[in-house]
Design a protein around this ligand. Sequence first.
Ligand SMILES: Cc1cc2nc3c(=O)[nH]c(=O)nc-3n(C[C@H](O)[C@H](O)[C@H](O)COP(=O)(O)O)c2cc1C
Length: 342
Amino acid sequence: MLEPAPMRNYPKTRHLMQRGTDFLGSEYAILCGAMSWVSERNLVSAISNAGGFGVIACGAMTPDLLDAEIAGTRALTAKPFGVNLITMHPMLFELIEVCARHGVGHVVLAGGIPPKGSVEAIKAFGAKVIVFAPTLALAKKLLRSGGDALVIEGMEAGGHIGPVATSVLAQEFLPALADEHVVFVAGGIGRGEAIAGYLEMGAVGVQLGTRFACATESIAHPDFKKAFFRANARDAVASTQLDPRLPVIPVRALKNKGTEEFTAKQREVGLLLDQGSVDMTEAQLRIEHFWAGALRRAVIDGDVENGSVMAGQSVGMVTQEEPVAEIIAALMAESESALNRR
Ligand SMILES: Cc1cc2nc3c(=O)[nH]c(=O)nc-3n(C[C@H](O)[C@H](O)[C@H](O)COP(=O)(O)O)c2cc1C
């Protein structure tokens, strides 16, 4: 059934998203956060064609692969989309060059503090730079030194996460930054009511990953999607570090055989260290390498037992395959009706 016209136009939500849509050039200030292997040309173009803002996940791609992905996405949409680059990629500056050649309008720098010269190199070809920051002090610094917009991402999110919940980050960052800066909120958003709440706190828009990962247009393997549909919030757990000598970057993913074996691996390597059978560098490498290629195994090969099924806590709200346009329409309608109740 069609909603009444005022609901379809979402005037209150759009009003609160205005600065976000002006910044992104999209119809709605809803970004689909870059998801390695998932956020390729099909999903990215579908998001942008539906009025959201798609972002290509460059991940570990080479400059040539990124070049092809941007061209492939352009062939599927005339709407704006962005590119997410990981700051520690060894060819970061070559990747920036590729974005420059294609005239990409928005570059998201993820995974750490942007290295010297990277923000400047992006701005030099006229693109806007979107940054992440785990603390308010760092956010202010990045926005002072060239960041055009900020994404605050809480620990409910899928993928690599920090230690603080979205609701707390929002209360800490938005009152301090929202008047002067473009701030998007990410992590744990599954429905539009939550979007309405963050918009009212001053966010100009939101970023979702988990909610879009299994859209009809997503190329993720059917078994990856099934794992999402079956999972509850409590199944999306953060990886834990067992041994203080062996650092583990927390990643939120569905618990499976792989996550259990990772715990066993940490125990085993810790023991080898105690016995002196391996040195610290070797031990840390063994931990680091455990998950190498694991997201690809889950997303592309459908190995949801041994692969890394990265998912946020909102996974419990993902129950079926839906076209991107329907997901976005539902989010906007939920936000609008929440704002109408106030
Ligand atoms: C399967 C998956 C892969 C992801 N890969 C990346 C990535 O490569 N780079 C990145 O910056 N964020 C990555 N993320 C995080 C998303 O971009 C987004 O910020 C996050 O999913 C938002 O939180 P939500 O999952 O609660 O919606 C990933 C998330 C998921 C679920």
